[in-house]
Ligand binder design. Structure first.
Ligand code: SAH
Length: 249
């Protein structure tokens, strides 16, 4: 299910702090990504990068180093760039969830890349022009620039989360289709409930009965009862009726 993450390249452009490269590698590995590309890193390889990778040194060891962004993107057919600020350049700007979803959809069939900029001034407009879309992580407008590795962590988490969400939706609907209670089953349960409530003395007169049953229907309508759940509830009702009848013998 997470194999698709192997098709997503994380590209860091001209990172100046080796510690950030190590921390980005660690962020990637915790979320199940392993393809790191470095474009002209200022200081690399470096002991500080390895130290900050803390166990994710395999991601660093297989990282590829390129002399230009074009070379790093050569195999990718879909590219998203990250930017802390709104650019004057009018470019499709996505939130992290939509960006992650698009990257995953393309990664099913080809290599894709997510590009991160320099600590000091991010990506240039020429570099952003290589990207099909931009993603901005929503942040405090007065202080919106995240640490590079923190931005990598949020985006890689979002990629993982979108996979889980997609899987969850699929199983949820398959399950729901299989076992949702039918209208007839629900009516049977409401009849049984009303009868039991009268028998055990919760309902005493006609007027409150209609009101109470409407409220109870509304309560159950908010959940989506399955056939099995209706059977469990009816089992409880029968047990309550049985006790009442035993006691009144
Ligand atoms: N001053 C730079 C910020 C550099 S921070 C700028 O305005 O872009 C280093 C890198 O971290 C950025 O290039 C980007 O890749 C990533 N980053 C930081 N904050 C981000 C945010 N809010 N949304 C998306 N990416 C962000």
């Amino acid at each position: 299910m997470f194999d698709v993450l192997n098709k997503i390249n994380i590209v860091l452009v001209e990172s100046s702090h080796p510690g950030n490269i190590g921390a980005a590698a660690r962020a990637m590995k915790t979320m199940g990504l392993n393809r790191l590309s470095l474009v002209n890193p200022v200081k690399y390889p470096c002991a500080e990068a390895t130290a900050r990778a803390s166990g994710a040194d395999d991601v660093l060891a297989t990282a590829r180093v390129f002399e230009s962004l074009d070379q790093a993107l050569a195999e990718s057919s879909f590219v998203i760039g990250t930017s802390a600020r709104e650019r004057r350049l009018q470019w499709p700007n996505l939130g992290p969830d939509a960006a992650a979803m698009q990257l995953l959809q393309h990664a099913v069939v080809s290599e894709v890349a997510l590009v991160f900029g320099r600590e000091k001034y991010g990506l240039t407009n020429e570099e952003l022009a290589r990207c099909q879309a931009l993603v901005t992580i929503d942040a405090n407008p007065a202080y919106s620039s995240l640490n590079l590795a923190s931005a990598v962590q949020i985006m890689t988490y979002e990629l993982r989360r979108q996979i889980l969400r997609a899987e969850g939706v699929v199983t949820e609907t398959a399950e729901a289709k299989e076992s949702l209670a039918t209208a007839a089953e629900l009516e049977g349960m409401y009849g049984h409930l009303e009868q039991t409530l009268s028998e055990i003395g919760v309902i005493k007169t006609e007027q409150p009965k209609a009101m109470l049953m409407r409220r109870l229907r509304r309560l159950f309508n908010r959940t989506q009862l399955s056939g099995t759940e209706v059977n469990i509830l009816r089992g409880i009702l029968s047990a309550a009726q049985g006790r009442k009848r035993d006691r009144s013998k």
